[in-house]
Design a protein around this ligand. Structure first.
Ligand code: ADP
Length: 454
């Protein structure tokens, strides 16, 4: 429970509220204690009382000590304060509260004086003193108000509003925590569910909602899930394709083998034909399996490619020699334009296989009278070799798929091939750190460009 986002948020809010309230309370207390206005009122009252007393004394025809005493008593009563009459030398002539503990009065000078003094019990007193015409002093003193004690005495006034404010803040924190946690947690919950579904093979996109980070996560999750789904689909297709490709030769082999076993093929000619078909189909299956193994190794990165310096021109010239009979039979011109000094680093046999597949395709798809050209040149990134033909071209939607395993454009025309030629060519080139791209205009021809890094 405490580990949930909601609880954490709520606790955090409560902590922040408590800290803020505490800081404000301390600041207010300091402000109240330090506030000079509280004391100013006391001094003003004392000064006023003393002034009235002095006026009255000065208005009297003769200012005797008895008059001053009477004024002192009057002030003491009006202010509920302690009042003294001191001689010019500071001797106490009259004290309105002689029973109270003595206060050490400060030395007085000038016409009037105000200040604070500390009593024997530690309490602070405010005093005001006026000099009379006779030279004696009238002094009034009272304990200073204690703001905190006052505050405590009046706690009923502020404790209730404070409790109300705290309750309101708590409610607000509760609502905010609930809302915020829902905002953050809901998309996470949904993603967890979607991930769970994905693990069980069901793909469903999660909505992009909540805070920016959660949206980014949802977007990334969706992209990943789409890829996982695509790869699962292609895996299923791959298995189906392999089974299908193996089924056809196996059916032939089974049929002819059965004919040999039950004696249906009884004359030497039929026996020879059956044996030949079995051998051919077995060889086809063997090739297919070898190619698949090869693809698997390239996929896993365990196909060990040699890294040697390969001179491109001899390699491509060799290929041209190899394909010349096929080109002549097809009535297609085979040209070569490769600089003599062009070299690449890689596995020569594997690269020869790439260009073999491309040339084979180009010749197969170019009609009589056409041309297939091999060109190579250096680029900023490395070397580009292109295989160009003036054949039927490849429609745009097919261009996206021709590199897929088992993809065959025209099933009838591709005959015995399995649709793996371009797939393996691309894997080999990618294993070299390069790539193959295709450009094609239907009806005009195609170019396959093999880009290899320097
Ligand atoms: P396969 O040649 O065994 O069918 P590939 O992977 O080599 O398999 O090629 C896949 C498909 O791409 C071919 O079936 C064909 O439709 C198309 N294709 C490849 N090269 C060319 C080309 N030069 N011109 C037209 N179509 C091509």
């Amino acid at each position: 429970m405490l580990h949930s986002l909601r609880a954490r948020l709520l606790l955090t809010y409560l902590a922040v509220i408590a800290v803020v309230l505490g800081v404000v309370a301390v600041a207010l207390a300091v402000l109240i204690v330090r506030n000079p206005a509280i004391y100013r009122r006391v001094y003003a009252r004392q000064a006023l009382a003393l002034q009235i007393a002095r006026r009255r004394l000065e208005a009297a025809p003769r200012e005797g000590p008895a008059l001053a005493w009477r004024e002192a008593d009057r002030i003491a009563e009006a202010l509920q304060a302690r009042t003294w009459v001191l001689s010019a030398q500071g001797k106490v002539l009259h004290d309105t509260d002689p029973a109270a503990p003595p206060l050490r009065l400060p030395a007085l000078s000038g016409r009037e004086q105000q200040g604070r003094l500390r009593a024997a019990d530690g309490s602070l007193w405010a005093y005001s003193a006026f000099r009379l015409r006779s030279g004696s002093w009238l002094v009034v003193a009272e304990p200073l108000p204690r703001p905190l004690a006052m505050l405590w005495r009046n706690r009923a006034d502020w404790l209730v509003p404070l409790a109300e404010a705290a309750a309101l803040a708590f409610l607000l924190a509760l609502v905010l925590a609930w809302w915020l946690s829902r905002w953050v947690a809901r998309p996470l919950h949904r993603m967890a569910e979607a991930a769970h579904a994905l693990a069980e093979g069901r793909y469903r996109p999660v909505p992009e909602e909540g805070p920016q980070e959660a949206r980014l996560l949802a977007r990334t999750f969706n992209a990943m899930a789409r890829r996982v789904e695509a790869s699962q689909r292609s895996q299923r297709e791959f298995v189906a394709n392999v089974s299908h490709e193996l089924k056809t030769p196996l059916t032939s082999i089974q049929g002819f083998a059965q004919a040999l076993v039950d004696g249906t093929a009884n004359d030497p000619e039929s026996v020879r034909t059956a044996a030949q078909v079995i051998a051919d189909e077995a060889a086809r299956m063997h090739r297919l399996v070898l190619t698949l193994l090869d693809l698997a190794r390239l996929d896993a990165g365990t196909a060990d490619l040699r890294r040697e310096t390969v001179a491109l021109r001899p390699l491509l010239e060799n290929l041209r020699l190899h394909f010349r009979p096929q080109a002549q039979a097809a009535g297609v011109r085979l040209t070569l334009d490769v600089p003599a000094d062009l070299t690449i680093t890689g596995d020569g046999d594997r690269l020869a296989q790439v260009f073999t597949n491309l040339l084979d395709n180009a010749l197969k798809h170019t009609p009589r009278g056409g041309e297939v050209g091999l060109q190579a040149h250096r680029t900023a990134e490395g070397v580009e070799v292109s295989v160009r033909d003036t054949g039927e071209g490849i429609p745009p939607e097919a261009q996206k798929r021709i590199f897929e395993r088992f993809y065959r454009g025209d099933k009838a025309r591709s005959g015995g091939s399995a649709g793996l030629g371009l797939a393996i060519a691309r894997e080999i080139v990618r294993a070299h750190g390069g790539d193959i791209v295709v450009r094609s205009t239907p009806g005009k021809g195609s170019v396959f460009v093999v880009k290899l890094p320097a």
